[in-house]
Write a protein that binds this ligand. Structure first.
Ligand code: DHB
Length: 311
């Protein structure tokens, strides 16, 4: 029997596929649709201390090769999502989940994480260090000093399983420096990658999204090679106790297979989920299983990280 089951930090998942934060996760109704699909889990929209309306529309647009967005962190406030994952956790047959969080400042991040620490939530937390779309707020994970400071403080009080969502890095020296930072901490996982920040898509003579004069995060086909490179670079460099979640450019079983080959233990779908809806999880699962069957693989462990190089 071919299985796509996986584990992150001792949490079991029947399937390695799930949504990427930002897609199908703003409301309970959307999260319920992912919960009731073939996905193995869901992650909630990144929650801030207070609810936010986000940037003006149009702020997400599908393109031929993927998508561009500058949502600006619209969300219902982290407690909305915390309450929901606790509610599900208390149901017998519930899947395990990921709660995505970040503050608009380090101080706000610590207020949020201290509340999660004190809560009944026992699931996984994803700290988003890579939101590219809030005007005036640079991506935390491109600043290694600030990242080190935040994680040092976080791990002084936070004892629940925690991972970080990372932006793509583009230089080998940055892979080395980032991995050296993350290896100092008892992280459960790193999630590679968030959108490629601040692209620009033009239709005729005009930008296609309103915020930031059209600049926005790219997802979809544009980003798969960058995502695979980041998954594999961190797989090569991180302590084996830090698992990798692969995100970026997944719309087929072949794409998911490649992320796992690069070292991913779980695979998230963003743009293609937005375009196709939650039925995509069954389709991509079936395609991944067909590839595994053809190759004689029964579990993800049979090929995870086993990317071949040319001698
Ligand atoms: C938003 C976009 C991101 O890529 C992210 O990580 C968090 C928030 C947004 O614009 O809402």
């Amino acid at each position: 029997m071919v299985s796509t089951a996986t584990q992150i930090a001792n949490f079991n998942f029947d399937n390695c596929l799930m949504n990427a934060a930002g897609v199908y996760c703003m409301t309970r109704e959307e999260l319920e649709q992912v919960e009731n699909s073939a996905a193995g889990s869901f992650v909630t929209k990144t929650g801030t201390l207070e609810a936010r309306a986000g940037n003006p529309e149009p702020r997400y647009v599908d393109t031929e090769l993927g998508s561009i967005n500058s949502m600006g962190l619209p969300n219902n406030g982290f407690e909305y999502y915390l309450d929901y994952v606790i509610e599900l956790q208390n149901q017998a047959d519930s899947k395990n989940h990921f709660l995505s969080l970040v503050g608009l400042s380090p101080a706000e991040t610590h207020i949020i994480l201290k509340k999660v620490q004190e809560s009944d939530y026992q699931g996984l937390v994803e700290l988003n260090l890579s939101c590219p779309n809030v005007p005036g707020k640079p991506q935390i994970a491109y600043d290694f000093e600030t990242t080190t400071e935040i994680l040092t403080e976080v791990f002084s009080y936070f004892t629940k399983p925690l991972g970080v969502k990372l932006p793509p890095y583009f230089d080998i020296v940055h892979f080395d420096q980032a991995a050296a930072v993350f290896n100092q901490f008892p992280l459960a996982f790193v999630n590679c990658v968030n959108s490629i920040g601040n692209g620009l898509v033009i239709n005729d003579e005009t930008v296609v999204i309103k915020p930031k004069n059209g600049f926005g995060g790219l997802g979809g086909d544009y980003i798969k090679p960058t995502a695979l490179a980041n998954v594999h670079a961190f797989y090569q460099r991180l302590n084996p106790s830090i698992q990798i979640i692969g995100t970026g450019g997944v719309k087929s079983g072949r794409d998911a297979f490649e992320h796992i080959l690069c070292g991913a233990s779980m695979v998230q779908i963003g743009t293609a989920l937005q375009q196709e809806g939650p039925a995509i999880f069954q389709r991509v699962t079936d395609e991944l299983k067909a590839i595994m069957t053809e190759k004689g693989y029964e579990s993800l462990e049979d090929f995870r990280g086993k990317l071949n190089y040319i001698d």
